[in-house]
Design a protein around this ligand. Structure first.
Ligand SMILES: Cc1cc2nc3c(=O)[nH]c(=O)nc-3n(C[C@H](O)[C@H](O)[C@H](O)COP(=O)(O)O)c2cc1C
Length: 342
């Protein structure tokens, strides 16, 4: 929300800008909390006011009904507040730290909106050059700038109709080393780990690695990336349809992930639901809500990819300090160069 400044305060784990190994504690104040203190205070609340603001008709597409049933909450606000995507601000802050670690090893991450509603779905999976050339200040962070005006107009029209929109965002990690993740155990496969992390972003309902959707409808000869070797450059691939992983291991190509987001569930005109007090039909309650959250979802997806890749990099390199990681990094680069004569 516009009122949130999202300035980050460090409360622990750092000294003079350096990590100490202890858990890093980051504090992001929620300014809107001031407007809710009387009904959301951890210890004392105004029962009459809480009743007035009680959420009692669950919103289809949200955790309201399932979470209320599971945790036996009479006020569905207890579910709504924690299920809110506001929680992802913390992931973005933590992801920023993971990105700094990755940057020490040359890895960069960027994202953008690939499609909004039906606009852009026919465009190919973007490559790193397109993402890095993207204007981060543009209203929708669209990867294809030519589509942005049409997208903005669609958002405006959709808002007037009390409707919402979904779409897709592509996130790419560039300069990823060969060998993150592993084929030896299902839980170590990097594509699976990425899919879990990206799918955990609220409202993301499908995850595509590389050009998987297009490849699934064609022949194998058009789905894979030819292998070549060049004495000066090393291993080369003339395409990156696999999106940077084969067998759950990074192959040195960019890691390309597209997240598909469902349309926002809170419609200003409401959706069919039930009043928990009367158990009769009632439209779902409206809470202040966006028409679409795609531009923000891209930023969250960047953070999630950074966390997964930083984890995998730590697994590969080990060590208790950056200098130990860097020393191991140098030897793995040399070993990769020597392979298969090693
Ligand atoms: C950045 C972001 C902002 C969101 N904003 C809203 C919103 O304003 N209103 C809403 O109903 N859902 C919003 N969502 C989606 C809900 O959080 C999500 O649909 C809900 O928690 C149910 O989870 P699920 O869709 O993953 O099953 C947002 C999601 C993201 C990633």
């Amino acid at each position: 929300m516009q009122i949130e400044q999202d300035d980050v305060r460090f409360r622990g784990g750092l000294r003079g800008g350096e990590t100490l190994g202890s858990p890093i504690c980051i504090w992001i104040r929620n300014r809107d909390f001031e407007n809710w203190q009387e009904v959301m205070d951890p210890l004392e609340i105004d029962a009459a006011k809480a009743e007035q603001r009680r959420l009692r008709s669950p919103r289809p597409g949200h955790a309201d009904l399932a979470g209320g049933l599971k945790y036996r909450r009479r006020d569905l606000r207890d579910v709504l507040e924690r299920a809110s995507a506001r929680e992802t601000a913390a992931r973005v802050a933590a992801g920023a730290i993971a990105k700094q670690l990755l940057a020490r090893f040359g890895v960069e991450i960027s994202s953008g909106v690939r499609s909004l509603g039906p606009i852009g779905l026919d465009r190919p999976v973007p490559a790193w050059d397109q993402l890095s050339a993207m204007n981060d200040e543009s209203p929708l962070r669209a990867i294809y700038p030519g589509l942005e005006q049409e997208m903005v107009e669609l958002v405006d029209r959709t808002k007037q109709e009390g409707e919402t929109l979904g779409g897709s965002v592509t996130v790419i990690a560039h300069n990823v080393p060969i060998g993150l993740g592993s084929h030896v155990q299902w839980s170590e496969k990097l594509d699976g780990r990425i899919a879990q992390a990206i799918m955990s972003v609220p409202a993301v309902k499908a995850v595509e690695i590389g050009s998987a959707i297009e490849a699934s409808s064609g022949f194998g000869s058009l789905a894979h990336d030819p292998i070549a070797f060049n004495q000066d450059v090393g291993w080369q691939r003339s395409s990156n349809r696999a999106g940077g992983t084969e067998g759950g291991i990074t192959n040195g190509q960019d890691v390309v992930v597209t997240a598909y987001m469902k349309p926002i569930s809170t419609l200003s005109r409401g959706l069919p639901s039930v009043d928990l007090d009367t158990m009769e039909e009632r439209l779902s309650q409206y809470e202040r809500s966006d028409v679409t959250a795609l531009p923000a979802a891209g930023v969250i997806a960047e953070a999630m990819l950074a966390l997964v890749l930083a984890d995998a990099l730590l697994e590969k390199l080990g060590g208790d300090s950056l200098s130990e990681m860097e020393a191991h990094w140098a030897s793995t680069q040399q070993l990769q160069h020597d392979w298969p004569n090693c």
